[in-house]
Structure formats: C-alpha cells, structure tokens
Design a protein around this ligand. Structure first.
Ligand SMILES: C[S@@+](CC[C@H](N)C(=O)[O-])C[C@H]1O[C@@H](n2cnc3c(N)ncnc32)[C@H](O)[C@@H]1O
Length: 219
C-alpha cells in the first residue's frame, strides 16, 4: 500500500507500506532533492563537463529527474538520464503526487510519468531519459556515468542496497573517472563501503533534518 503524505516544505512524498518508509525526507522532498542531487551533485560536476550522464538508483516518483530537467533548462546542461525502479507507484498515486507539486514542476513531472518504460525518450533537445523498470540489485545499465544519484530506501530498511559489494560494483563498472556519487545517508557503514570501493568520500552539510550527506568521487 502506498499513500501520499505532505512534507515540511509543502511538497508531497509517498509512504510505502512494504518498506515501512517514505520515498523522501519528511523535512521536505523538493528541498532534499535540490540540496543533495542538484546543488551538491549536478552543479558541482558541471564545473568539469557540460554534457552529463546520470544514473539514479531508486527512481521512485521521478522527482529528482524533474528537478534535474529544470536545472538543465536553466543552466544549459545536456543530460542523459537513466533511472531504475522496480516498484513504480500506481498511476493513481503518481497522479496525486504530481498534482501536489508546485505548478512550475508539475508539467515536467506529468511528462516524465507519461513516457514509456525501458525506452530512451528525448524530453527536449537537451534532456534524454530512459526509465528502467527493473531490479537495480540484479541489473545495471552496461555503461559508465558522470553522476550517480544513490537513492534507495535507508540502510535500516533496505540493507542489501548499501552492501559493500554492490557499492564496489557501481564504482568499478558504472562510474567514469572523475564521476561522483551522491547519497543522503552518512552512516559509518556507508562511508566504509564507499571507501572500500575505492572512492574519495566527502561529508557535506545536509538539507534540513539531516546533519550530513555524502559525496563520493572516483579519481
Ligand atoms: C528512497 S526511494 C527513491 C525516491 C525517488 N528517488 C524519488 O525521487 O521519488 C527508493 C526507491 O527504490 C525503489 N526500490 C526498492 N528496491 C528496489 C530494487 N531492488 N530495484 C529497483 N528499485 C527498487 C523503491 O520502490 C523506491 O521507489
């Protein structure tokens, strides 16, 4: 069972009964996504390249894709985006979620919801996306990316997603040299896993309600 909940910045999230967790921070889903993935991820990697490939582990509602699209439009960035999701929200829940987003993001969110799964689709001349309906633990795209939005459920609720061997696979096979992985969890075990995967781990200030987040770079 999934239900819509409101977060502290007024933007919606979805509570997922199976995992016993919401898809976003209760302190603000848009605030969280913008801070972690856009400001500390996309805007940082943009300093070294203008065309950016992004892999999102846990695509969920597509909110981070919508925020990335808006940033790409504003800053003239070329983005190729792939997002992996095993349990997409039902059409009804997704429509309710989109309807509660601020009006400036709503049309992008609706477009993203409508596009077909498993097919590369240009949303504009600067943004291409492929939503992959699959299990990220079993299959990842056979390519390397500039940026990883690492957004599974928490280590407490979904430990397999934070397993050191999985982080190692992502680092070795799916990150280009100079690529960065962003994630909201700064737990010791996550830092250790990322370091063991050969990445340089930085602890950064988090969004409201979260002291720290992590950026892990491949050199
Ligand atoms: C924290 S939420 C991600 C929220 C999402 N980034 C957004 O902006 O809406 C984690 C997501 O991972 C998905 N998920 C859980 N296990 C998965 C798996 N094995 N493979 C792919 N997706 C999975 C969940 O269904 C959920 O949507």
């Amino acid at each position: 069972m999934q239900e819509i909940r409101k977060t502290a910045d007024g933007s919606p999230t979805i509570y997922d009964d199976n995992f016993g967790e919401s898809l976003h921070s209760a302190f603000g889903s848009i605030t969280e996504g913008r801070h972690i993935f856009i400001e500390q991820g996309l805007m940082q990697i943009l300093k070294t390249r203008k065309a950016i490939s992004i892999l999102e582990i846990g695509y969920g509602t597509g909110l981070n894709a919508a925020l990335s699209y808006e940033a790409a439009k504003e800053h003239h960035i070329n983005i190729c985006y792939q997002g992996i999701e095993k349990y997409p929200p039902s059409a009804k829940i997704q429509a309710q979620f989109n309807a509660e987003l601020p009006s400036n993001i709503q049309s992008t969110a609706n477009l993203l919801s409508e596009i077909e799964w498993n097919k590369t689709t240009p949303l504009s001349e600067f943004f291409k996306i492929k939503k992959l309906h699959q299990d990220f633990l079993e299959h990842l795209p056979n390519q390397q990316f500039d940026l990883i939005y690492f957004d599974p459920f928490s280590p407490e609720k979904h430990p397999e997603a934070w397993d050191a061997a999985f982080l190692q696979r992502i680092s070795e096979n799916h990150m280009k040299a100079g690529a960065a992985l962003l994630t909201y969890s700064s737990k010791g075990v996550v830092k250790q896993g990322l370091r063991a995967a050969g990445l340089i781990v930085q602890r950064l200030d988090g969004p409201p309600g979260k002291r720290h987040i992590l950026r892990a770079k491949k050199i």
